[in-house]
Design a protein around this ligand. Structure first.
Ligand SMILES: [Zn+2]
Length: 266
């Protein structure tokens, strides 16, 4: 969770932080978080070469310059593609970006950060239950924290589904001061208080592998929240899992053995 970043003083754990946040009033924290999301809205993508030119029938065809290739990072104008099997946002919310002026383009992706939800344990696998929980998270981020939208780009549920959160075109709100070029992946639940299901960890590895290949992110640029900021996120059990899967011989590392994205492993 990014809420820890909003907490102006250290506290012992994510549950305590959450309690503190409730006490101080989430709305008051919006100002502290302005650094995560500021500046102006980005324009809609515009492709420059779409004009059809009418020529006399005898004229040779005019070569049409190719459209620009999609950039490695999903900045403005880039084609937005989500990894295979991701449940699109419209399947769980009809709400768009609540504050379009407060959202920035993500730019070229250079890192990925794994989080937990960090509230109460969550084990439900029903699609409706998960969708309702996602909406709770979105509302807490928008109405409580004053953010432009849900903070994370992708969310994994205990059944091993991946849900689209904030569009990958936009910078997320998940690591205080370090959201640039950083994809946020969150696992529903609290992994200080529960262990991730095998479905969650299997899907997490697959999603991370897909994103690493898509954006050319090496394994030493796949972080957990606590590796970038002072927080318990993503919880002890998920942190243990991430330590194992990223190490030499770990499942994520093996899945990428055919790439140069794991060459940094000792
Ligand atoms: Zn986090």
């Amino acid at each position: 969770m990014d809420e820890s970043a909003a907490n102006p003083s250290p506290s012992p754990g994510p549950v305590d932080r959450r309690d503190v946040l409730r006490l101080v009033g989430l709305a008051g924290l919006a100002g502290l978080l302005a650094g995560c999301q500021s500046q102006s809205a980005i324009p809609d993508p515009v492709w420059p070469n779409d004009l059809q030119v009418t020529r006399p029938p005898t004229a040779p065809p005019i070569p049409v310059p190719p459209r620009p290739m999609p950039q490695p990072g999903p900045g403005p104008g880039a084609v937005v593609t989500v990894p295979d099997g991701v449940i699109r946002r419209l399947q769980w919310t009809r709400s768009g970006i609540a504050r379009p002026r407060d959202i920035n383009p993500l730019g070229r992706v250079s890192r990925i950060t794994v989080h937990h939800e960090g509230v109460t344990p969550f084990s439900a696998t029903g699609q409706d239950m998960v969708a309702a929980r996602l909406e709770q998270v979105r509302r807490a981020h928008v109405n409580g924290n004053g953010w432009a939208d849900i903070g994370y780009h992708y969310i994994i549920d205990p059944a091993g589904r991946v849900w689209e959160g904030r569009s990958i075109r936009f910078q997320g709100a998940h690591v205080s001061g370090q959201n640039e070029n950083n994809i946020g992946v969150m696992c529903l639940g609290n992994y200080e208080l529960q262990s991730p299901t095998s479905q969650t960890t299997t899907r997490l590895d697959r999603l991370l592998g897909d994103l690493m290949r898509q954006y050319r992110v090496p394994i030493n640029r796949v972080f957990t929240h606590r590796e970038l900021d002072k927080t318990a996120c993503p919880g002890a059990s998920l942190q243990r899992y991430m330590n194992t899967t990223r190490a030499r011989g770990g499942r994520l590392a093996i899945a990428l053995a055919d790439t140069d994205l794991v060459s940094t492993l000792a």
